[in-house]
Structure formats: structure tokens, C-alpha cells
Design a protein around this ligand. Structure first.
Ligand code: NAD
Length: 510
């Protein structure tokens, strides 16, 4: 087979006007932190990008106090339409600065520019637009009339979708009337700091959103601060467990979005070439640094060999390299620590007896890289079938009957996502009903929309982000809803039994 050669098409970094150093964004101003500053580096070249402040206990306290003041004196006193206006402004500014944000994200995180440009940043804007629309409609959120915010939200996010995870957290919190202290991950703080500049541009009142940078210790100080009312965490299950322990017994509300080991089930009647694209998108999108990645392919035995052949041939065409090149499909692994974890778990897969195949990619000399890899001959007890690798590694299991596919898909401590590939709509519905996963995609994978709730079962966490459900995570119930006289449901039938039955049916449909 001959492949077309692609000329390099790097996106220019000239659009970025970065500062050499970034402080903490507290009370509407950038200030220096009192912890030890650190460097954020490009994972594809290992070059430093900027020096970042680190927030210590005193800084965390100052940030939470700013958020509290702003909550009591400004944000909670604004009506929903005004809060919505600020969120619309932010959304439009994100659109205006989208190219710059995409370049910064790919440079700092290592993800291909075509993903940050076409997926991450458009979704960030969509999230703010969506929740801007909710800000003046909270009475219709299903929590009764005039539901109330919690107060100050402490939010901690990971490095895999830095700006998108920020949007998932900040947009619903602000729409609901809370103020925020957010900590981005230590390896990807850049776009959160550019977002702070966007807040300045949007004339956001000081203290409504505070961005503090630092590593795990800063996150721990933030979630343990006695004056936060709500903790929202996205990250690993291990840290999520620690936070759940720390928060239990306090007045704080908690939502956890944690790890996953998603099953992508392919039946023999599936459109095979489409399924191959879906499998590639399911696990190799964002180098597999995706909590809901389809990292376990569960394929019907009769099509296993054909599917794996086609998959290997497709993976051999993926271009690995410079994240800022518009042709790149697979970017850099985000950090040396993550690369070590992927290598260690992959070696364990081989030692346990699974068969490893990696695409024959040319690895750049500098930076952190791992080729797209497939493990076949995997059994459910292998660590590559159980542990979240969070890298471009796919584990393949087989099944003969739908019941076996469902049992294998559910045989995991996680429960975040799953995919089903089949020609039959009835099979999709029947199998989806049995899968213990927060999101189930049918004949597609890794699709996100702000109106659609996202979240997990079991060790994948609790609470939902996105949609009306995502708003509920930041609101407490208001007064019970009362019908206006004209809205009351008046039975039209003389029979009370029929009227009751009709009202029950209405409830079920709603
Ligand atoms: P991580 O848990 O190591 O870190 C996440 C964030 O928590 C970082 O900002 C980190 O500094 C902070 N942190 C670390 N220790 C802390 C502590 N003790 N207290 C408070 N904060 C602390 O996870 P990671 O390696 O950055 O991200 C990868 C994980 O995130 C994967 O497991 C992935 O599945 C998960 N994730 C889940 C979702 C989801 O929506 N379910 C989305 C993205 C990522």
C-alpha cells in the first residue's frame, strides 16, 4: 500500500500573546502566589511555556474569601437574566478568541490542533451559551419555584480537556448563582489563565470566578477549606475517594466525575468500516486520555479477525507528531508520569499473556510519545482489561451471545460509558438497557452536547454534568411548585379512575 505524504502544516504560535509568568487570578486581579512557582512545559518538545504561581494555604483562603464576598454582595443579588448576560459575553469572547485558545491548548496539553480547534473549543463556547440560556429559567429546572445556589463552589479539574472541563464546571455553577474557586491541573494551567483574561474582558464582577494554580496539595487545601459549600471534582478515582472521605460529615455537597474503562461492543451485523472509525475515535481520540474512552473493544467472535485486520491497517495510517500540525492525528502524551504509567500497564499486559501490537510510527526525538497499541487475546482478568490506562491502548475481548457481551461489558468496577455497534435498532435498545454505564452511544462514540447529561456509576463517580441535571448539582430546592389556576389539570372525564390514570401517564411521559 502506498500512502500520500503530507507536507507539514503547523499552526502558528504567533497568535498567542503569552506572558512569561502568570499569577493567581483572585478577586478580579492577577496576584503572586506564596507557594513555589512551577513551569508549564510543552509535552511534545519539553520546552518551557511559562512560569506559573502556586497557591499555598494563605492564597487558597484569600481566594475562597473573595468568592464568598462576591457571592454575598454581588452575584447572588443579580437576577438570572443579568447572570445570563455575563455568560453569553464569555461564550462570545471564547468564540472570538477560539484560534488562540486552540493553539494554547494543543501546545500546553499535547493534543492535536484539529481536536482542540474542532472539538474542545467549540464545545467550551457551546457550554457557556447553553447555561447562559438557563440562568433566567431556574424556576423550570424541576426544583420548585426560586431554587437557590449553594454559595461558594470549589472545583478541581484534570489535564485531559483543560478548558472544556473548566467550562463543564464554571458555566452551570455561575448560571445557578454560585461563585467559584477553580484549580486547573498542574500540567495544563495555560488556558484557564487565558480564561481569566476573558473574564476581565467580559467585565465580570471581581471574585465571581477565581483561578488558583498549583498541584495536588493546592487542590486538597481548596476542597478542605471550611467556607466552601460545594465541591466538584473531575479526576482519578483514587483522588476522588480521598475527597469523598474528606467531605463526608461536613455540610459540603459533592459531585465526582472519575475514571472509566468503557466497553465498545461490536456485533457481527455492524457496518464494519463505520465501526472501525468509531473504535479509532473511541480510544485514540486525544491519545486515549479520555475518561469515557472505549478502551475495551468487545467484538463478536465471528468478525474478530476481519475487524482486527482492518483496525491495524487503519491505525497504520494515523499520523503521530507535532500537536500543532493540522495533519496530526495522535499528539503527545501529556506528561512523563502519564507516559510511565501507560508503559508500565502495557508491559503488565504482555507479562500476563495478552498479545501486543503497535502501529509502526516514527517517534519524535524529544517529548513524550506512545504509539497506538492493541492488545488481543485478552481475558477479563487481565489488568489491561480492568485498569484504566488513560492512553492510546485498546484491549480486545470477544463474545458469542448478546448476554455474554453484556456480562463482559459490565464486568468492571467503573460505569462511565459504553458503545453498541449493530444494524438492529431493537438490539441497541435492549442492550443499552442492560449496560451499567452513564452514557451509551449507538453506532457512534465520544459525542458530547451541552444539553446531554454525562456522569458515572460505581467507581466512575456520582452526579451529572451537562443538561438540566448538571444545573441541579449547583442548586438546592426552592418552594414547592404551585400551579396557577389556569394551568391546573382539570379532569375532563367524569370517572376519577380514568383521570388518575391519565395523570399517571402524563407523569411517566414527562
Ligand atoms: P488526578 O486525580 O491525579 O488529578 C486531577 C486534579 O486533582 C488535578 O488538578 C490535581 O492537581 C488535583 N489533585 C490531585 N490530588 C488531589 C487531592 N488530594 N485533593 C484535591 N485535588 C487533588 O487525575 P488526572 O491524572 O489529572 O486526570 C486523569 C483522571 O481524570 C483519569 O482517571 C480520568 O478518567 C479522569 N477524568 C474523568 C472525567 C469524567 O468526567 N469522569 C473527565 C476527565 C478525566
Amino acid at each position: 500500500m502506498t500512502f500520500l505524504e503530507y507536507a507539514p502544516a503547523p499552526e502558528s504560535k504567533a497568535i498567542l500573546k503569552l506572558k512569561p509568568e502568570y499569577g493567581l487570578f483572585i478577586d478580579g486581579k492577577f496576584i503572586s502566589g506564596h507557594g513555589k512557582p512551577f513551569q508549564t512545559i510543552s509535552p511534545s518538545t519539553e520546552d518551557p511555556i511559562a512560569t506559573i504561581s502556586c497557591a499555598n494555604e494563605q492564597d487558597v483562603d484569600v481566594a475562597v474569601s473573595a468568592a464568598r464576598r462576591s457571592y454575598e454582595h454581588i452575584w447572588s443579588r443579580l437576577n438570572g437574566a443579568v447572570r445570563g448576560k455575563y455568560l453569553f459575553r464569555i461564550a462570545r469572547l471564547i468564540q472570538e478568541r477560539s484560534r488562540e485558545l486552540a493553539v494554547a491548548e494543543s501546545w500546553d496539553n499535547g493534543k492535536p490542533i484539529k481536536e482542540s480547534r474542532d472539538v474542545d473549543i467549540p464545545l467550551v463556547a457551546a457550554w457557556f451559551f447553553y447555561y447562559a440560556g438557563w440562568a433566567d429559567k431556574l424556576d423550570y429546572a424541576g426544583l420548585g419555584a426560586d431554587p437557590q445556589p449553594f454559595g461558594v463552589a470549589a472545583q478541581v479539574i484534570p489535564w485531559n480537556f483543560p478548558l472544556l472541563m473548566l467550562a463543564w464546571k464554571i458555566a452551570p455553577a455561575l448560571a445557578a448563582g454560585n461563585t467559584v474557586v477553580l484549580k486547573p491541573a498542574e500540567t495544563t494551567p495555560l488556558t484557564a489563565l487565558l480564561f481569566a483574561e476573558i473574564l476581565e474582558q467580559a467585565d465580570m464582577p471581581p471574585g465571581v470566578v477565581n483561578i488558583i494554580t498549583g498541584a495536588g496539595e493546592t487542590g486538597r487545601l481548596l476542597v478542605n477549606h471550611p467556607d466552601v459549600n460545594k465541591v466538584a471534582f473531575t479526576g482519578s478515582t483514587a483522588v476522588g475517594r480521598e475527597i469523598a472521605r474528606a467531605v463526608s460529615g461536613t455540610h459540603k455537597k459533592l459531585t465526582l466525575e472519575l475514571g472509566g474503562k468503557g466497553a465498545n461492543i461490536v456485533f457481527e451485523d455492524a457496518p464494519i468500516d463505520q465501526a472501525v472509525e468509531g473504535i479509532v475515535n473511541g480510544i485514540f481520540f486525544n491519545q486515549g486520555h479520555v475518561c469515557c474512552a472505549g478502551s475495551r473493544l468487545i467484538v463478536q467472535e465471528s468478525i474478530h479477525d476481519d475487524l482486527i485486520e482492518r483496525l491495524k491497517s487503519r491505525l497504520s495510517t494515523l499520523r503521530l507528531g507535532d500537536p500543532l500540525d493540522k495533519n496530526t492525528d495522535i499528539g503527545a502524551i501529556n506528561s512523563p508520569a502519564q507516559l510511565e504509567r501507560i508503559k508500565a500497564l502495557s508491559s503488565a499486559g504482555e507479562v500476563e499473556g495478552a498479545t501486543r501490537w503497535s502501529a509502526d510510527c516514527v517517534m519524535p526525538a524529544k517529548g513524550f510519545w506512545f504509539p497506538p497499541t492493541i492488545f488481543t487475546n485478552v481475558s477479563t482478568s487481565h489488568s489491561v482489561a480492568r485498569d484504566e490506562i488513560f492512553g492510546p491502548v485498546l484491549s480486545v475481548l470477544t463474545f458469542r451471545t448478546p448476554a455474554e457481551a453484556i456480562a463482559k461489558a459490565n464486568n468492571t468496577p467503573y460505569g462511565l460509558s459504553a458503545g453498541i455497534w449493530t444494524d438492529k435498532g431493537s438490539r441497541i435498545l435492549a442492550v443499552a438497557d442492560e449496560l451499567r454505564a452513564g452514557v451509551v452511544w449507538a453506532n457512534t462514540f465520544n459525542r458530547f452536547d451541552p444539553s446531554s447529561p454525562f456522569g458515572g456509576y460505581k467507581e466512575s463517580g456520582y452526579g451529572r454534568e451537562g443538561g438540566r441535571h448538571g444545573l441541579l448539582a449547583y442548586l438546592k430546592s426552592g418552594a414547592p411548585a404551585t400551579f396557577k389556576r389556569s394551568e391546573k389539570q382539570v379532569p375532563t372525564s367524569a370517572s376519577p379512575v380514568k383521570a388518575i390514570r391519565r395523570s399517571r401517564m402524563t407523569k411517566r411521559v414527562v
